[in-house]
Design a protein around this ligand. Structure first.
Ligand SMILES: Nc1nc2c(ncn2[C@@H]2O[C@H](COP(=O)(O)OP(=O)(O)OP(=O)(O)O)[C@@H](O)[C@H]2O)c(=O)[nH]1
Ligand SMILES: [Mg+2]
Length: 293
């Protein structure tokens, strides 16, 4: 699944998998690395089917090292997939930037499936106009009209994809929903809460590491995480007055982690200044990013 930032790739994959495997926010460039979401379902109530969706970082013109690694990760997945789905936010123009990306994908793939997402945001008339405009430009394998947020059109897309997947034994056992280790998912959940609650450029200068994971005798889990910032003056902003900000973020993250892990969680958050965290190769390799992209 590829597209520009904020088109709804992660929201759609979460919907198709049926559980949250990838974080979502209203800000651009939320997803930083590729995540596989595994969707098992019964096709036509007869055939067991497994589709492995790959959520990718949005494609844009990267400047910083991390951005270059993100965009390169999205492109490199295209070489390995059976089908390519391009997701476009239909409330936004189908502009030159989008066309450039699609032309570039066509140089790698013969067919592209187009998903027009966020159809809940525009009128039926506008939607028809858009479809005509796009159909005049490209001969997509298929066009799906979807609202990833409310689920409309998602079953049609899933059924179509299951029918065109190659016949193969399953790659993952049937209760696996993602290739993401729990500790990384936990870091991502905290990062999502930071994305949602911090203004402007701040979230782009933050990374979260899960540094301790301890299961207690009563089955509750102690999770210790560090939020790394690359400018010291970000610290008071994240902490907030009397630590109120970080407390609120911690509560939101803990509640979601408890739901996902189905156990009580004690979450301990720390904020540390690390000027060059974006130049630390281990921050890249741990999530499959290429440091030298
Ligand atoms: N109204 C509406 N909003 C949607 C829909 N799908 C996604 N969104 C919103 O669009 C925003 C971006 O969604 P994401 O799923 O994070 O988008 P993304 O393509 O993964 O973004 P990046 O990871 O930055 O590339 C969020 O605020 C979502 O709630 C939809 O069908 N309708
Ligand atoms: Mg995303």
């Amino acid at each position: 699944m590829v597209g520009i930032p904020n088109s709804g790739k992660s929201t759609l994959i979460n919907k198709l998998v049926g559980k949250k495997i990838s974080i979502v926010s209203h800000k651009i460039q939320t997803t930083r690395f590729c995540i596989r979401g595994i969707c098992n379902f019964n096709l036509d109530n007869k055939f067991k089917s497994q589709i492995i969706f790959i959520d990718t970082p949005g494609i844009f013109l990267p400047k910083r090292r991390l951005e270059k690694a993100m965009v390169s990760a999205a492109w490199s997945e295209l070489n390995q997939t059976d089908k390519t789905v391009f997701i476009h936010d239909v409330s936004k123009p189908f502009d030159e930037n989008i066309k450039k990306i699609i032309n570039k994908i066509y140089r790698i793939k013969l067919d592209i499936i187009l998903v027009l997402n966020k159809i809940d945001l525009i009128s039926k008339e506008k939607l028809l106009e858009k479809i005509l405009e796009i159909k005049n430009l490209y001969n997509f394998e298929k066009i799906f009209l979807i609202s990833a947020r409310n689920g409309s059109g998602c079953t049609k897309l899933k059924t179509y994809l299951a029918n065109v997947m190659p016949i193969h034994s399953f790659f993952y056992d049937e209760d696996t929903i993602s290739d993401l280790p729990q500790s990384i998912l936990a870091s991502e959940i905290t990062r999502e809460k930071l994305f949602k609650s911090l203004n402007k450029e701040l979230p782009y200068n933050i990374t979260v590491e899960t540094e301790q994971w301890k299961i207690n005798s009563d089955k509750s889990i102690n999770i210790q995480q560090t939020i790394y910032i690359n400018k010291n003056n970000y610290k008071p902003i994240i902490l907030g007055k009397k630590g109120q900000n970080i407390k609120r973020i911690g509560i939101l993250a803990r509640k979601e982690l408890e739901k996902l892990l189905e156990s009580k969680v004690n979450l301990f958050l720390f904020v540390k200044f690390k000027k060059n965290w974006m130049d630390d190769p281990s921050k890249y390799s741990s999530v499959g990013l290429n440091y030298n992209a």
